[in-house]
Design a protein around this ligand. Structure first.
Ligand code: GLU
Length: 445
């Protein structure tokens, strides 16, 4: 029998100074501990110890030259968390906040997220503390080359398939893949998020944002409600926020905010035209990491140094980074009558914010369910690469839609409480866990 406090104390002892990993692990373990204790096979197999320990972690030095001719040194990582269900799969994050602990949290989350997609994907994550802000295109190219020179030793189309995440978009995937091909002399699906003409999948760029809106649409329907006319707050303005703003508008909602590290935009007209969406992408690609210019360009309001959660909305979608929505933000949202909160970033809400929202019985979509559309379409990209063909936009979008609906059904199946409240956190954790744990039992140790 496992006891939560004992298990978590031991995990903290083994992983000191990794608060994000401990936060992610605690949330999952809290949800699944009864399921584990009710199944002697899980207890006997030490499933909790094994599922919270990454299979392996690579840490490496990345040396590159900046535009001044100075040598720079960063640290690169690849965390191969769990491959019970398939090759390790998960993005690469280039961001100043990257540490081994943050990548362990992301690799751990990815394992359960990938399990929820219904596709044969294990979980991994990687990245670097390289900060793309203010870097030139050539500096990014040189960094990517050096990073891949080391990473290519550990990945492969049937072993570990990285993709994008914060700070890694189509440009970086191109530079990384270019270097992989130079070194390995082969065209394979070793990365996803590739460009359309060199092995990429249609809909992959939009997939995380689209998927989170498909998931939210199912949540809304399950509560006898509709998307039409909902006021929506989104944070971020990059790879994910862009697709989210687009699909929310297509579904009839009005997105009134986007944000950056410098503050947020309040656009009462709605972030709802192809021009505005294209501008978000251009802003992100400028490497300045500020959202303020949007206000000038589209005659919207810019509120410096604040977060969008103070705006009165029906639905809130954190789309930027972990722990970006805290307890105070959650209280403000609830006081303003928010009806749904859907994490589109990984672990976008702090643990106390999640507990507060759940206690208010407000439907809350956790990241590992709501944002699984990105990796799901990555899985579809791998299938297309393996078959050496490409599916149409309609085919990929239809498959993404089906996957998001199925994730929602899994949450209902495992998360519906006796009073009828759907606890999506518990539902997603149990559904994601069971598949991985059962595969681990089948595979032995
Ligand atoms: N970085 C994304 C995520 O957090 C996508 C990963 C992938 O496509 O492999 O799920």
């Amino acid at each position: 029998m496992y006891r939560l406090d004992e298990f978590m104390a031991d995990l903290e002892r083994k992983n000191p100074a990794e608060p994000e990993f401990i936060q992610a692990a605690r949330e999952v373990v809290e949800s699944i501990i009864d399921v584990v204790n009710d199944n002697p096979a899980y207890v006997h197999a030490k499933i909790l110890e094994r599922i919270t320990e990454p299979d392996r972690v690579y840490s490496f030095k990345v040396e590159w030259e900046d535009d001044n001719g100075d040598v720079q040194v960063n640290r690169g990582y690849r965390v191969q968390f769990n491959n019970a269900l398939g090759p390790y799969k998960g993005g690469l994050r280039f961001h100043a906040s990257v540490t081994l602990g943050s990548l362990k949290f992301l690799g751990f989350e990815q394992t359960f997220k990938n399990s929820l997609t219904t596709l044969p994907l294990g979980g991994g994550k990687g990245g670097s503390d390289f900060n793309p802000r203010g870097k030139s295109d050539n500096e990014i190219l040189r960094f990517c080359r050096s990073f891949m020179t080391e990473l290519q030793k550990y990945i492969g189309p049937n072993t570990d398939v990285p993709a994008g995440d914060i700070g890694v978009g189509a440009r970086e995937i191109g530079y990384l893949y270019g270097q992989y091909k130079r070194l390995q002399a082969e065209n394979t699906g070793v990365l996803t998020g590739k460009g359309r003409s060199w092995g990429g999948s249609l809909i992959r760029p939009e997939a995380t944002g689209f998927g989170s809106m498909y998931f939210a649409e199912e949540m809304v329907k399950a509560h006898g409600d509709t998307f039409e006319g909902k006021r929506v707050a989104i944070s971020g303005f990059g790879n994910v926020a862009w697709g989210a703003a687009m699909k929310a508008s297509m579904l009839g909602a009005k997105v009134v905010t986007i944000s950056g590290p410098d503050g947020y935009i309040l656009d009462e007209e709605g972030v709802n035209t192809p021009e505005k969406w294209a501008y978000m992408v251009a802003l992100r690609n400028s490497n300045n990491d500020v959202v303020a210019p949007y206000a000038k360009r589209f005659n919207a309001k810019f509120i410096p140094n604040r977060k969008p959660w103070e705006v009165k909305v029906d639905m809130a979608f954190p789309c930027a980074i972990q722990n970006e929505l805290n307890l105070d933000d959650a209280k403000t949202l609830v006081a303003n009558g928010v009806k749904y909160v859907v994490e589109t970033s990984n672990m976008g809400c702090t643990a106390d914010a999640v507990t507060f929202i759940l206690n208010q019985k407000i439907p809350f979509g956790p990241g590992k369910a709501a944002n699984a559309g990105g990796v799901a379409v990555s899985g579809l990209e791998m299938s297309q690469n393996a078959m050496k063909l490409s599916w149409s936009e309609e085919e990929v979008d239809a498959k993404l839609h089906t996957i998001m609906k199925s994730i929602h059904s899994s949450c209902i199946e495992h998360g519906t409480e006796s009073d009828g409240y759907i606890n999506y956190v518990r539902g997603a954790n149990i559904a994601g866990f069971k598949k991985v744990a059962d595969a681990m039992l089948d595979l032995g140790y």
